[in-house]
Write a protein that binds this ligand. Structure first.
Ligand code: GLY
Length: 317
């Protein structure tokens, strides 16, 4: 068996290439990194890597992580500025015995010392979004925060090894130094090849309150199917946040077990994800909630065309 699953339509191209590699026998550990790099490099994805949206100071601070489900080794970077591929830095940190998590200036210095490529990650288009958001919110005294999309990718290889990787520019207009769930082990990602893996996207502040990815893997280890684990964790967390805090942000997850069975759950209207396995041809699904269950179906051509138009639409300045 082999398989790969990722959050959001933006992962399609990277997942497609890595699915072919996994089918041919490539390792999960590198397949997830390669797939995330494809997303990081694409300038029109405004919540990951190059072209990601900036902090309130107009800087792009990137977070990423990688985890190996065989050894439980992991690496993560936070608030990394102007390095081309944060997920590659996270992957390299995952092979260090110490200093697995580096943030800010220390992360940048380490990346440069290891030969990672410096690159200006702020694009003109991201600055156009930034100026528009300032005009529409900050200038009027309104909250600038809105949804944002992390890429999280899980792979299972033919040898039975699993890995997960994440990458995000985090909350648009976030404070300098803010971290979300994506570089936090157990919240934005978790992977154990003896059980399975999970990864999250949505509001990090709320996803972290449930240690969401670890909890999904734990429930799979106790015998739940991936879909049962994903649905139960997301809707229980949402209920708890609503009853104890009065609000719940966007919460979405994908997961896969060691047999290549997968699940997805969301509390938002439309969450897309991409999956390919030995028995499931490469497909983009759109997931919607129906009460306490997530239902999903393949997207159609109209959906894909609307998506392509949306990410290219001119930004009114
Ligand atoms: N889920 C990504 C973040 O909150 O930064």
């Amino acid at each position: 068996m082999w398989g790969i699953i990722a959050t959001w339509r933006m992962a399609l191209e990277g997942v497609s290439t890595s699915a072919t590699a996994l089918q041919a026998g490539s390792a999960a550990a590198t397949s997830v990194v390669d797939a995330v790099v494809t997303v990081e490099d694409y300038p029109l994805y405004k919540s990951v890597g190059y072209g990601g949206l900036p902090t309130e100071n107009g800087e792009v601070e990137l977070d990423a992580a990688w985890m190996d489900g065989d050894t439980l080794a992991f690496g993560a970077v936070g608030n990394l500025i102007d390095i081309a591929n944060p997920v590659k830095v996270a992957h390299a940190l995952g092979r260090q015995r110490y200093n697995s998590v580096l943030v800010g200036q220390g992360a940048r210095e380490w990346a440069l010392s290891q030969g990672f490529t410096p690159k200006t990650m702020l694009t003109d288009r991201a600055m156009q979004h930034y100026r528009k958001r300032c005009r529409e919110t900050l200038d009027k005294g309104l909250s600038p925060y809105d949804g944002h999309d992390t890429v999280g990718i899980i792979a299972l290889d033919r040898q039975g090894s699993m890995s997960v990787a994440t990458s995000t520019s985090g909350l648009f207009m976030k404070k300098r130094g803010r971290l979300g769930d994506s570089p936090i082990i157990g919240s934005g990602f978790y992977c154990d090849s003896e059980t399975g893996a999970a990864t999250a996207t949505g509001m990090g502040e709320d996803l972290m309150k449930g240690c969401t990815s670890y909890e999904i893997v734990r429930r799979m280890a106790q015998g739940m199917t991936p879909q049962q684990a994903a649905d139960s964790v997301i809707y229980e967390l949402e209920d708890k946040l609503m009853s104890r805090f009065g609000r719940a942000g966007d919460l979405s997850v994908v997961c896969m077990n060691r047999h290549g069975e997968f699940g997805a759950a969301t509390n938002i209207k439309t969450f897309s994800f991409v999956v390919a396995t030995a028995t499931q041809p490469l497909t983009v699904f759109r997931a919607d909630r129906l009460q306490e269950k997530t239902h999903y179906q393949p997207v159609d051509d109209d959906w894909m065309q609307a998506y392509n138009a949306r990410i290219r639409a001119p930004i009114e300045e």
